[in-house]
Write a new protein. Structure first.
Length: 109
């Protein structure tokens, strides 16, 4: 029996001035990541997607279509990102505040 809870959402990858990419998920507010290369950005996108959704499985947003996003982001790269939420391990620093995962500030860095 397969108990996977796989979800797939479109990610928008925008090239930034530092020769890297910024990644946003238009259907998931505040889910932003990036990387120095396209590959690193996609790996970080999968991690970010899982961490944002693992605690909200009861109310997952509906994913946008590729067509609607292509009109909204005509110059950016759009890639579907999939993650199995049963495989996501919540991080010890994740807290819930008004439905948003936050990381406490560490002033010793």
């Amino acid at each position: 029996m397969n108990n996977s809870t796989s979800v797939t959402y479109p990610a928008v990858l925008a090239a930034n001035e530092d020769d890297g990419y910024t990644v946003i998920f238009p259907d998931i507010a505040d889910a932003v990541t990036g990387g120095r290369s396209l590959g690193e950005s996609l790996v970080n996108a999968e991690i970010t997607l899982g961490r944002f959704l693992v605690n909200h499985q009861e109310a997952l947003p509906q994913a946008s279509t590729m067509t609607s996003l292509a009109h909204r982001y005509p110059t950016d790269f759009i890639q579907f990102v999939a993650v199995d939420l049963n495989q996501v391990k919540p991080q010890p620093w994740q807290h819930r505040l008004a439905g948003i995962d936050i990381r406490p500030m560490n002033f010793t860095d």
